[in-house]
Design a protein around this ligand. Structure first.
Ligand SMILES: [Zn+2]
Length: 312
């Protein structure tokens, strides 16, 4: 019987569960809204019921589960360390233990349940199968409504002493001092470089309040609105500067940029590359800044990869 793992991506708005083979190829996938405000048990129940619905095929042997989730995660114990308010009571949730209990009748006792931050799972996906697949190390930065990143060195995800390793979101950035970060402090990358940050920066510059979000800012910039152009360009440049700083510290073989904001295209990438080129020292000028290639598959394929890696 072919062995498979479950790959789980718990996001702020939606949860996806897939069956993956040994090459982390996703065979089947189901999704449902994440009941983030309803508390941890509701989130876990959603994962378990999606898992049961996607595991209907006979002839497969479930040998592990890989989970990427919002929040800072203790990957050693599979427990949530901290999270934003979107997820009610999520900190302290023993995700690995609860999922193992919910799937006890389907999962062998010694099976791996590998839990990690969703952006780390995303980074593993791009590292194993996507834009960084040929590299030995990578910095993967996801820029969407928020900013997150994962670092892989010598094939391993950097976790850090406090489970924050590889996270670029809260690096201080010049030009972001007037913007409050989701962590409560001012001046961090996420406050300016995220989609929400770009929009708030646009409003702070006196932009049209009728423009609803980052997509709207990009559209206004394309239509010739100078405030929108400035907000877009400064938001992208903040990401470029932060990447130059991170690259100086860890010297990754490649940098991968993924998430919704890079889809804005050249009006975002150009100021990002210019800012990187201005800040990075000569030895780092040729570090490739690449677009992610796996999209929404990345966190699932990465979660699957982490389940297999502990399960050789
Ligand atoms: Zn912050």
């Amino acid at each position: 019987m072919p062995e498979v793992v479950l790959a789980v991506d718990i996001g702020g708005t939606k949860t996806a569960v897939a069956v993956a083979d040994r090459d982390d190829v996703l065979r089947r996938r189901v999704t449902a809204p994440t009941p983030a405000s309803a508390g941890p048990q509701a989130v876990i129940d959603t994962v378990v019921s999606l898992a049961r619905s996607v595991l209907t095929a006979d002839g497969e042997s479930l040998v592990g589960v890989g989970i990427g989730t919002a929040g800072i995660v203790d990957a050693g114990s599979g427990t949530i360390v901290s999270a934003t308010d979107t997820f009610a009571d999520w900190p302290g949730t023993p995700v690995a233990e609860l999922v193992r209990r919910g799937l006890a009748d389907l999962l062998p006792e010694d099976a791996v349940v590998a839990v990690q931050n969703d952006v780390d799972a995303h980074a593993v996906g791009e590292f194993r199968h996507g834009a960084a697949a040929a590299a030995s190390s990578a910095l993967v930065v996801a820029v969407g409504t928020g900013v997150g990143s994962g670092v892989i060195l010598d094939g391993d995800v950097v976790r850090g002493a406090h489970h924050v390793g590889g996270e670029i979101a809260h690096v201080p950035i010049p030009g972001a001092e007037h913007l409050r970060c989701p962590c409560g402090r001012f001046g961090h990358l996420e406050a300016l470089g995220s989609g929400i940050g770009m929009h708030r920066h646009f409003l702070s510059l006196g932009g049209d309040p009728a423009v609803p979000d980052a997509r709207g800012v990009a559209a206004a910039a394309a239509g010739g609105d100078p405030i929108a152009s400035r907000a877009l360009s400064e938001s992208a440049a903040a990401v470029g500067r932060a990447i130059a700083g991170a690259a100086t510290l860890i010297d990754p073989e490649v940098v991968v940029l993924t998430g919704g904001v890079p889809n804005i295209g050249e009006p975002w990438w150009r100021p990002l590359r210019d800012a990187y080129a201005r800040e990075a020292i000569d030895a780092l000028q040729n570090t490739p800044l690449l677009a992610g290639t796996l999209g929404d598959d990345a966190p699932l394929r990465g979660a699957a990869g982490s389940a297999w890696r502990k399960n050789p």
